[in-house]
Design a protein around this ligand. Sequence first.
Ligand code: FAD
Length: 501
Amino acid sequence: MENKKEKTFQFVVMGGGIAGVTCVEQLSSQIPSADVALITAGPHIKAVTNYKQVSRTLEEFDVEEQPSSVLEEKFPNLTIIHSAVKSLHTKSHCVETADGRVFGYKKLCICSGARPKLLTQDNPYVLGIRDTDSAQEFQKRLSKAKRIVIVGNGGIALELVYEVEGCEVIWAVKDKAIGNTFFDAGAAQFLIPSLEADKPQAAAPCKRPRYTTEEAAPGGSHTFTADRSSQAYGHGPTDSGSALGPDWHEGIALRGAEQVSRRVSVEYQCEVEKIFTSEVLHKSPQQTLRTECAGDWPVYVRLTNAKTFGCDFVVSATGVVPNTEPFLQGNTFVVADDGGLQVDDHMMTSEPDVYAAGDVCTACWEQSPLWQQMRLWTQARQMGWYAGRCMAAHSLSEPVELDFCFELFSHITKFFNYKVVLLGKFNGQGLGPDHELLVRCTKGQEYVKVVLSGGRMVGAVLIGETDLEETFENLILNQMDLTPYGEELLNPDIDIEDYFD
Ligand code: FAD
């Protein structure tokens, strides 16, 4: 392999997503004279634009798909190689691309992302959404669909059920409440009316200082219908070049074949038992199954709650699998339980001179009690940036400390058209029963939840325009004992910002 090397670069970064591009930018600006290569499969790269530091740890930005030449123009020492990496030889420090070329590296960063965890492989009726191509394929199929089944309870499923119009949606979630990855049942209850209508609801204040919630009956279901047929549809025309950013669906009309507006039925606490086509159904000797499966649909989904739904296609939004396959063979990477490459507090994998960042890696350092890894844009950017810093520092034999952004988990997003801010252990992750929740909720307006442990704030969920993010971030970071304030902490009549000034 050694003598096949076309060229040896000081730094090679693999993957043109947010993590890889940010890593390249960091390396090229830290050591402008370094020879850097970015190896990526597609012609485009994903760039962070309109970056805004909202507070000490909260950040907001857009993600844009750009031609890779934009990056090369910015950094003269950068070479972009358009080919997928086929294999990695960590002993001889080189990578082999699908087009048969071999490149050496002094230091390598793997930023190959992750792909949707599909319910079944190679089933033409099961779609995963990952990139622009798959989003467009989804849009095309949706335009002819009357009913789809969405399986999963994470961010993508949440966005889809809210955005899809003109098509009935059966939403199968394995939990007792929607959005379990991001919320608890209380927040889910706050959000659910948004599925019924999009007209602003009258705000009815209800102070709920203690956390209570009704649980959905096991295997229960809810149907929400919104008739928006008389309203203008808010999305612009299809833009085939649109980037898959945090607002990835914004440029894409997610409209089905029916005139009706949104109609979502949630099937709680169930998973997919079986997916079968109409041919299989018609050939089935089971008369009961044929009677159960009313209508003529191309595909049927049997859920573990014993209900079967016919539909045009199924969206599998049940999480992601890190893209590690091409790199594992012949090497001795330590792989985490979730399939990611384990990295330490310098973003280093278990192989010498190999770093990893973004969705492909699993953070395995001793983490701050207020931070957890989630495979999100923000963390892909932060990890890519920090991996670049570490690679540069190690090359220059300089010390480097774990970046402050890993002190506190923070994420800003939008669900059901509400601003959502998540801080720290926002869902009491890993805290056991030893924590207290304070909740304030104004229907249709805001939902504020604070997680306290030993009288100190360790997490918060802020839905709506609460304006509390900076104050709560400070209270979480400074770990002040809030016991004396008790429930007053969420009293809407107290200006909390002034209170803690
Ligand atoms: P990716 O962006 O996946 O990039 C991986 C890159 O590696 C790609 O360029 C790929 O071509 C390349 N690659 C892969 N294998 C190879 C190989 N063998 N050789 C060479 N190149 C290779 N996060 C949020 O925070 N907010 C959101 O609203 C949000 N919405 C999302 C919506 C959808 C539909 C999806 C799918 C994800 C969403 N996410 C969101 C998550 C977010 O997209 C990821 O966390 C983020 O993109 C990870 O960045 P990355 O750079 O690690 O990987």
